[in-house]
Design a protein around this ligand. Structure first.
Ligand code: AHM
Ligand code: MG
Length: 335
């Protein structure tokens, strides 16, 4: 790999040399990355920046908002609304879509994000992140409505996340593999640190919140029981478990060394399909995972094929190393 390729250079080359991305999309990703840099600075300041603790409000899903949830949301909106590349945005932290104000030019893209994923980890200094997904606004009518956002994940034109951990790492796909960039604070830019990210097809590591075990469906219980049985069980190998409670950090580990991540439907709230949100959590992560050779399903069907019916739709998630995801999906269809 060539040395010191900044994100800007990488994006210019993707546009110019490979013709993979249009100029407006390049600009959009540059702006999102700049916003992530700002969020990263706020995260790093912690108590010194008065960014910890709750904001005293709730989002549309009835979850208590942290100060950083709101700060990150505002940073992303302010950074993206004036550049002329977007038609509208949607966020975990906003009830409805955010139209680009009339005073700015309108672009052809739609941006969705979970501005600060892993909110329960903010105050305890554990990795958190920003997840984003980019769609094209459907043609043929002026203005933007929520319906324009309701496209299957397979329609995404860019997706990624930025994890704020010991390092700040931006992970991107345009549908031609996955690249990782590490923030060089001295240089002030993201620098390419890994190309052609690949997830091993097999793994001995699973991630699930075990405290919900008694609420799980039979196929999930079966899979985890078999992992726990180790070498004495039907899998003939010992498994290890990790659960960071930040999807970004769990997915980052899986992209780095393999593994399987599950946040399945469970009986706590039987009417909800799952906890995680389809449009700005599951879809971008599923595309990244597939682009790295892994798989992502809701237990039954490919997540990227699900036709969303509402902006904040929830979904059951199984993603990571291909053979494990296929096994868990088979357990569901057999049941
Ligand atoms: P958030 O977007 O409000 O932070 O919620 C999503 C997070 C995921 O990052 C993580 O996988 C999951 O919630 C953890 O949930 P739990 O606390 O139930 O284990
Ligand atoms: Mg989230």
């Amino acid at each position: 790999m060539k040395k010191n390729i900044t994100l800007s250079r990488y994006l210019v080359e993707q546009q110019r040399v490979d013709g993979l991305i249009p100029a407006q999309l390049r600009l959009l990703i540059e702006v999102v990355a700049r916003a992530c840099k700002r969020i990263s600075h706020s995260v790093n300041k912690g108590a010194l920046g008065d960014v910890l603790g709750t904001a005293g409000s709730e989002n549309v899903q009835g979850e208590v908002q942290k100060k950083l949830d709101i700060i990150a949301n505002e940073v992303l909106i302010e950074a993206n609304e004036w550049g002329g590349h977007l038609a509208a945005m949607a966020s975990e932290e906003m009830d409805s879509i955010y139209l680009v104000p009339n005073r700015y030019p309108q672009g052809e893209y739609l941006l969705m994000f979970d501005p600060l994923d892993g909110s329960s980890n903010i105050d305890v200094n554990v990795s958190i992140g920003t997840i984003f997904s980019v769609l094209k606004k459907p043609e043929g009518h002026p203005g933007v409505t929520e319906d324009d956002f309701l496209q299957a994940g397979a329609q995404q034109v860019a997706a990624g996340y930025c994890v704020y951990g010991p390092q700040t790492t931006l992970v991107l796909t345009f549908g031609d593999g996955v690249a990782m960039f590490t923030l060089d604070r001295e240089q002030g830019s993201f620098v390419l640190t890994q190309e052609n990210v690949r997830i091993p097809e097999d793994t001995k590591e699973f991630a699930i919140n075990m405290s919900n075990m008694r609420h799980w469906d039979e196929p999930v219980k079966r899979y985890v029981d078999e992992c726990l049985a180790g070498v004495e069980g039907p899998r003939n190998k010992d498994f290890n478990m990790r659960w960071i409670a930040s999807m970004v950090a769990d997915v980052h580990r899986i992209l780095t060394r393999g593994g399987v991540f599950m946040y399945p439907w469970d009986k706590r709230e039987p009417n909800k399909p799952g906890k995680l949100r389809l449009m700005y959590e599951a879809n971008p992560m599923s595309w990244l995972v597939e682009q790295a050779g892994g798989a992502a399903t809701n237990g039954r069907e490919r997540i990227l094929d699900i036709q969303p019916t509402k902006l904040h739709e929830r979904v059951s998630v199984v993603l990571g190393s291909k053979n494990e995801v296929e096994r868990i999906t088979r357990y569901h269809t057999e049941a």
